[in-house]
Unconditional design. Structure first.
Length: 299
């Protein structure tokens, strides 16, 4: 592999680097030294698509994401199979509730119905888990870090980047809270059945927000090992496993379908007899005479 030369700062000094590495070779007057530098040799900065976590735990997490996504999809499919036919396109029944939930339109969501909201939530969770499974190895959030770093250097404010990083962290955390609120609005009416799913989603969105922020001290905390396992493995796998368990509890493996709406008994005041039914005869009970006293009247 031929080295790629930089602009030569001096005729007696030769500076070069090997593509794909961050090692710079400096040659001058017969001696050679190695120095580390930041080489932007990827698609976007130093990022290129590839396997970001080739460890056993990394691949186990990817499999867990895909398995949980499949279970959520099966719950959505089972509920859709038992849903009444509708002239509204299916993508509207999925995207509509999510848009209303993200906009916080609570009254409009109440008119949509509990079952339609539940189906939209299950399909949305399946898509989210599928994306996170791919992102586990691609590290797409690194693109934002690289774009911000290159913009800071090009704009000359790299030394003051901490303020921008703090703003980005706050924006990511607010987006996580916004997503949690949308999930809660969609789960209203099914909270008792979806406790595990809500808990797992809360842990997972918080973990994703923390990882996207890439805050140094938080990264040190996530790298802490407990019983030989890193804390980020425990939090991430814990959230995914909890969602998968909630999907199994809601019929992902069969045996449980959508909950039918309970039938309301007609009130006694407004109840009408069915056509052709005979009215029950009214039973009159005669009033019993008051018992007479055995004593003669005084007189």
């Amino acid at each position: 592999m031929q080295p790629r030369a930089f602009r030569n700062p001096s005729p007696s000094i030769r500076v070069a680097t090997v593509p794909g590495s961050n090692v710079v070779t400096v040659s001058s007057l017969g001696w050679t030294a190695l120095a580390a530098t930041t080489v932007e040799d990827g698609w976007i900065g130093s990022w290129s698509p590839g396997i970001g976590d080739p460890t056993v735990a990394g691949w186990i997490t990817v499999v867990a994401y895909f398995a949980a996504a499949m279970l959520c999809w099966r719950v959505y499919r089972n509920r859709t199979a038992h849903a009444p036919s509708s002239s509204v396109p299916r993508y509207v029944l999925v995207l509509g509730p999510w848009m209303l939930a993200l906009l916080g339109r609570r009254r409009a969501l109440d008119r949509v119905g509990v079952e339609v909201r539940a189906r939209a939530l299950w399909l949305g969770l399946s898509a989210l888990l599928l994306f996170l499974g791919f992102n586990k190895q691609l590290d797409l959030q690194t693109i934002f870090t690289e774009v911000g770093r290159m913009a800071a250097r090009a704009g000359g404010w790299y030394a003051n980047r901490r303020v921008v990083q703090l703003g980005f962290i706050l924006a990511v955390m607010l987006a996580g809270l916004w997503g949690l609120r949308a999930v809660w609005l969609l789960a209203r009416g099914n909270v008792a059945e979806m406790r595990a799913v809500l808990l797992g989603t809360m842990f997972l969105l918080c973990f994703v927000a923390i990882r996207a922020a890439s805050f140094h001290h938080v990264d040190l905390l996530l790298g802490y090992r407990l019983a030989g396992l890193r804390m980020n493995w425990i939090l991430e796998l814990g959230g995914v496993t909890t969602i998968a368990l909630g999907a199994v509890m809601n019929g992902a493996l069969g045996g449980r379908t959508a909950r039918p709406a309970p039938a309301r008994a007609p009130s006694s005041a407004g109840a009408k007899a069915a056509p052709g039914a005979k009215a029950a005869p009214a039973v009159r009970t005669a009033a019993k005479p008051a018992p007479r006293s055995g004593r003669p009247p005084s007189g």
